[in-house]
Design a protein around this ligand. Structure first.
Ligand SMILES: [Zn+2]
Length: 481
């Protein structure tokens, strides 16, 4: 009881001092940061309540900037709240959600390799530059809303190009910002009510003035990364069993506003979100490893699964890249919004803490500072691996498949035999891949019936990919002993 009275007293002092000032807002942040800010700049921040390691505060834009400078993190470092009540209540809130229902497994080698073989660095580069060219995507600017509307069109066109009738794209309108978020939905064929989600933020900011906030790495790179991952799912014909959603958030830079409103809606409706993975800054290669899994405010078993995916798909060969772990502190990006709702969330980041792109939140966060999208392409592959292995293939391809009655493919004495008899199309190519995506052998325009000697190959599993001149495909796992 004593504590409640104290809270109310602090709350009224705060309210009386600051209600006239539009420049101030409510938020939650790490308690230690709140105390340090209050010591440094007592006029800029009021602590309304404390609980555990968290504080509810009423703070100024000046304090927000000081916080960013202090904790050396790329995100805001606080979570915006629309009212004092909302800030204080969020400290008290405990969300219990049962995350034990999914067993993460790796079973989709064929679909994953087909998809990640298609990741195209140039597409990512072009998309980053396209977003940078808005000049600023600061959430109150018309150019930010335009960027959201244009992204919706881009995603719709991408799905239409591949004839996807299972895909829809919507703008999500918010209460605390005029800029909408964008959500693409690929409806699951078997479990449409189970959601596998990836996202990143579309808005940008600059402490040098929001008129010039190109936000190329932060976070055009993340949007381009998840867009390319979705595109390779479409091009490879992947049809998910669970529903996949790709999200581009508004207003992350002012305290995770966009993702928070969406995650809260999903949470209060008890939407069954299997897992969420965040892509915010993917293109600056600043540390010894490629991908750094953020271990605070994320889920340990989901992080482990993402590492297992990389052990399986990215430990050697043409798709090889490495990982480490790091921490990112309070409110550092949109994964926190999902984590706060009790969902499993992860955040693979471009470098270790403090070694990320030094130009973010300035006019110099441009594509030309890095000059290639090679680093981001690794994250597109990881994103596709996560989406395919978590949503699972429904076994059919959206691209045309050869009727399984008209062919036979098998291995005997390490020789691959194939027959496409009574079949009107011709085989245009046979490609043998290993399980990490290396092309081992390619035959152009072979006969419709033949035998391929695989004796010289190392023993293990391979994928034989047959394509016909009707653009139909057959993929078959084959074992060499
Ligand atoms: Zn960011």
């Amino acid at each position: 009881m004593k504590k409640i009275i104290l809270l109310i007293a602090i709350f009224f002092i705060g309210l009386n001092s600051y209600t006239q000032n539009n420049d101030r807002f409510y938020a939650t942040m790490a308690l230690q940061d709140a105390h340090e800010l209050q010591n440094d700049q007592p006029g800029e921040i009021q602590i309304l309540a404390e609980r555990g390691n968290e504080a509810a505060v009423y703070m100024s834009e000046t304090a927000a900037e000081a916080l960013h400078g202090r904790i050396l993190v790329h995100g805001p470092g606080y979570i915006f709240k629309p009212s004092a009540d909302a800030a204080i209540e969020s400290l008290e809130r405990i969300v219990n959600r049962d995350n034990s229902r999914i067993a993460f497994t790796i079973t989709e080698d064929v679909a994953v390799l087909q998809a990640i073989n298609l990741v195209n660095v140039q597409n990512i580069e072009d998309h980053i530059i396209e977003l940078e060219n808005y000049g600023s995507r600061y959430h109150t600017f018309g150019s930010a809303t335009q960027a959201a509307m244009d992204l919706k069109t881009k995603w719709e066109d991408m799905a239409a190009l591949h004839g996807r009738t299972d895909v829809s794209v919507r703008l999500y309108n918010h209460s605390n910002t005029q800029m909408p978020s964008v959500i693409m939905t690929i409806e699951g064929s078997e479990f449409p009510d189970e959601f596998v989600i990836v996202g990143g933020h579309l808005d940008s900011t600059s402490f040098q003035g929001n008129n010039d906030a190109p936000g190329a790495d932060d976070d055009a790179s993340g949007i381009a990364t998840i867009t390319e991952a979705a595109r390779v799912l479409f091009e490879s014909g992947f049809v998910p069993k669970r529903t996949i959603e790709i999200m581009a958030y508004s207003a992350e830079e002012i305290g995770l506003v966009g993702s928070q409103e969406i995650a809260q809606e999903y949470g209060s409706n008890n939407v069954d979100v299997t897992a969420y993975v965040n892509f915010d800054m993917t293109n600056y290669n600043g540390s010894g490893n490629d991908v750094y899994f953020i271990t605070d405010f994320t889920d340990g078993s989901l992080n482990t699964f993402l590492m297992e995916l990389m052990n399986h798909y990215n430990s050697s060969g043409s798709h090889m890249f490495t990982y480490g772990t790091s921490v990112c502190n309070y409110g550092c990006s949109d994964h926190a919004s999902w984590n706060n709702e009790g969902y499993m969330a992860a955040f693979p980041f471009e470098s270790s803490f403090g070694q990320h792109n030094p130009n973010i939140h300035t006019a110099n966060d441009t594509f030309s500072f890095i000059g290639t999208a090679e680093h981001a392409a690794k994250f597109s592959k990881l994103c596709a691996e996560f989406l395919i292995e978590t949503a699972k293939s429904d076994g059919q391809l959206a691209v045309l498949e050869v009727d399984s009655n008209v062919y036979e493919i098998y291995v005997s004495n390490n020789t691959l035999y194939y027959e496409f008899n009574d079949y009107e199309a011709d085989i245009s190519s046979v490609v043998i891949y290993d399980l990490v995506g290396n092309t081992i052998m390619t035959l152009q325009d072979p006969d419709n019936q033949g035998a391929i000697n695989m004796n010289h190959l190392a023993s293990g599993m391979y994928i034989a990919n047959f394509t016909t001149d009707y653009s139909e495909v057959v993929n078959k796992k084959v074992m060499v002993r």
